[in-house]
Design a protein around this ligand. Sequence first.
Ligand SMILES: NC(=O)c1ccc[n+]([C@@H]2O[C@H](COP(=O)([O-])OP(=O)(O)OC[C@H]3O[C@@H](n4cnc5c(N)ncnc54)[C@H](O)[C@@H]3O)[C@@H](O)[C@H]2O)c1
Ligand SMILES: O=C[C@H](O)CS(=O)(=O)O
Length: 475
Amino acid sequence: MFPNKLYINGEWLDTQEMIQVINPATKNVIGSTPNGGEIEAKLSVDAAYTALKEWSKKTADERSRLLLAWHRLIEEHRDELAEIMTMEQGKPFAEAKGEIDYANNYIAWFAEEGKRIYGETIPASSPTKRIIVKRQPVGVVAAITPWNFPAAMITRKVAPALAAGCTIVLKPSEETPFTALKLAEFSQQAGIPKGVINVVTGAPEPIATVWLRDDRVRKLTFTGSTRVGKILMRGAADTVKKLSLELGGHAPLIVTANANIDKAVEGAISSKFRNAGQTCVCTNRIYVDESIADEFSNRLAERVANLKVGNGFEENVSIGPLINDRAVQKVMEHIEDAVKKGANLLAGGNPLEKESGYFIEPTVLTNVTDDMTCMYEETFGPLAPVSSFKTIEEAIERANNTPYGLAAYVFTENINEAVDISEALDYGIIGLNDGSPSAVQAPFGGFKESGLGREGGHFGIEDYLEVKYISLRLN
Ligand SMILES: NC(=O)c1ccc[n+]([C@@H]2O[C@H](COP(=O)([O-])OP(=O)(O)OC[C@H]3O[C@@H](n4cnc5c(N)ncnc54)[C@H](O)[C@@H]3O)[C@@H](O)[C@H]2O)c1
Ligand SMILES: O=C[C@H](O)CS(=O)(=O)O
């Protein structure tokens, strides 16, 4: 079930050292993958660079047909892929199936988008000149991805890269390598030629160092923490690589006095507790108008208390385990810090010894103030801190007071208020009465220290293209 070899140049390779993979719901070892290093990292660039010439010369139709063949295999094996994902990442099986569909929709979207890489002609100032603008593939792309979306964060990069005519070397998270390797297996079965996609599992630093230093790698695309994003940004400078960075977030959710409270509660549940609160766009702090703060908090706590926590394969489980012990500790530190500073615990608040997995109760805190760690540090767990505000201006100022700028949420039934607040928030993604804004058609990405560039939609292929113009002088 679990692929346990690297995928380089169409070959499945072993290494002497292996890295164990744990099921976070049981802490059992479910398999292991090669601990690839410098040698494998260089081999992967050799393969991608060799494959680039043929792959970039294929027509957009040819590349599209191969991407759609890959899409069909993923569709056929959706449940198998979802089972692997729940085993290695922990999310509920239904969420895992949803992620496979979401990931696969990126492949379908970019299989078509590759056919719309248009150029243009520009009127020249001389009658004997013509100016022709072309977009061409960047070249070899290095991709490094996180554990929280083991499929979607990969296809959101691989699909546009291949559609644009690039080839790619990919390092998935050491926590969740199997989904990536299984996707690679299906890409091979789909007929995507050797060297176009290469997957190197292993410790991140040695692999990234080789890729950053290799000037044949012309672009780095990274999804993960802002801390690591900054390390990679510095490393990419030496060879001036193009960069796409999808980094951390700290989403505010604003509920005004004009909100539909039931809609706001459901929006808070979906934006906060998806993937046990382990998404980059999860609500991290909730600001509620003081006139409805108690009513909102009590309804939210009532819903949260009914969320079932457990192994992702159990029926009706909404909250799976966190990815590891450090993640549980971080959430507990945020809860303890807030309570010590005066927050009230309205629901949850404890680790759960279920099957000895990394479980924690979904938690609601009220009477929260901005000096509490959870109000400025990414929690990345099922903790909903609620703070009240007096004026809309105050809410906007507090919501924008962060180095992050990925997602924000606004709940109000007043259209003028909705537009005013949405336009004043410094975030790349605004959920307006919508707790689940992510969509393959839309330009996903953030302001400030949440990243550079956009993934998804027609914006998402631009970052894999170079623009050149040809100045033609006629006789
Ligand atoms: N903006 C987005 O689209 C998005 C999506 C998912 C996750 N994230 C963010 O990712 C974080 C959680 O994911 P994570 O824990 O996997 O993040 P992480 O930064 O710890 O790891 C991400 C990837 O980087 C690798 N890595 C770690 N240290 C590295 C180094 N020194 N050099 C090179 N690579 C290194 C890891 O092996 C992994 O593959 C959160 O901050 C979350 O907000 C952002
Ligand atoms: O964790 C960040 C992902 O981008 C989540 S999603 O795209 O909103 O599903």
